[in-house]
Design a protein around this ligand. Sequence first.
Ligand code: PGA
Length: 247
Amino acid sequence: MKLIVANWKMYLSIKKSVALARNFRRTLSKPKAEVVICPNLAALSEVRAALQGSAYKLAAPDIGTGERGPGTGEISVHDLKELGCKYVLVGHSERRALGETDAVIRQKFETAAATKLTPILCVGEKLSARKSGQATSVIRHQLTAVLKKIPITQLPNYPITIAYEPIWAIGTGVPAHPRDAVKMHRAIRTLVTKLVPRVKVVRVLYGGSVDPNNAAGFLSEKEVDGLLVGGASTKPSFIEIIKATSH
Ligand code: PGA
């Protein structure tokens, strides 16, 4: 089953988040994909209530580095779990752009994985890297920094989930060509399997300017296990993206 994640970022108010969550469950009560809604942290609790008992799951957009303790403004993995989250985004490019380092991302990944909140590790290259043929080596660096020698006890016994999100495609209206995404997904899968030899399943999602018109082009590819959708997930027409799942 494909995994479709709605990344609402900072777009919606709490009230609008709740209304949209209700709209989704009312319009499509039995999605043929695993659908995960990632509201902003302030809206988590109310969106959870709006989705209670539905097929829609919940994710958090970020997580604190440690489990408990000092960390003003951070959120503990335990609270995210108590709030009903099944997934958490880790290392989104918008957080990396604010200065989040590979070391911090690794800590967040480990914290989530150790407590069985599934981390979705986001990786992606800048346009300059793509143009100079460095895209794969950037991704290799990002994956290695987080996954190399990761203690086996920290590993979730569910699939490792990576979101390939080229930075130049995020919020620009210019998605990657599915053919290029497939190439990168294949490289990511190979690399993750090498870095974490005991992993059984690697899921690779594509993100970056996915919309109802181009979603099927990605989802029909075997290498694309799902989508991470930003702007287009903040509208009722997100349902069309979920429906584009062919299997
Ligand atoms: P976008 O964002 O769909 O608006 O390009 C994707 C993301 O940042 O996850």
